[in-house]
Design a protein around this ligand. Sequence first.
Ligand code: MN
Length: 318
Amino acid sequence: MKNEVIAKLKEGKTFVLFMHLRPDGDSVGSSLALAYMLRKLGKEVDIALDGEVPELYHFLPGSTIESWLNLKNKSYDFAVFLDCGDRDRVGEAQAIASQAKESINIDHHPTNTHFADYNWVDASAAAVGEMVYELIKELGELDQTLATYIYTAIITDTGNFMYENTTGKTHTITADLLKHGIKPSSIAQAVYENVPVESLLLLTEVLNTLKFHSNRCIATMELTQDILKRTGASSLDAEGFINYARSVKGVEIAILFYEDSESSIRVSFRSKTYVDVARIASILGGGGHARAAGCTLNMPLEEAKIMVLEVSTRELKA
Ligand SMILES: [Mn+2]
């Protein structure tokens, strides 16, 4: 649990921290924050990521991460997984984890599989950033850089304090972050008002695929390889698109299909008020939170659509 994790972080001298595949603001912010804190304590820290930090988070200091392949000959006291419901969330970089003597899992996904030697899972935390904030309080002092990382993690995972996961504690933590010299407006501008034009072109294409099902309670959109080729965008540019589908009046479940290849479809789910999309994702081999979840299906897009809609329709009525 938490105290055990604190003890291990104090005890260890060398760490490798993992961001998850296609890292979001919480993954990037909480990993950079913990790395920065541990380094301040004189520890050696590497960050492993299968892929790249999305451009929109490049304003965060230290967000340029060297390839995990360069870490292959190193050894560590601890491998630390942040914001990962299971080990597979780190993709190929998982190979590095075995170079550490022991592993630590810090997460807030209710579907977390407690896969590490030391697990601290708090499903009531709005973001892993909140949990890392608590760790920082135990390990040392908050400063402006740390506050920037944590603030980014919190605003992205709470949809700017709009989602159900937002609590009084979220605001108490945020109030403390603001005492350390961060400016919400400049972080918000960096995250939300720095959209590459390719992303907006991609949005127009993806919005064109919007379809409704089950009396307009379910909205689906798709991002096909064809669309990516036409716009020259990458699927990373589609961050947040699913929220447009959820924002429609009456929609309870929003679904975005990403065609990674002809036979691999990534599916994102969002719900508005009552459907547990983590359950839908779990049935389909994935996981997540009650209002935001995902899975990957190894089948063509048309087949994936049928299967996902079947399960979603059933859960909508359940
Ligand atoms: Mn998170």
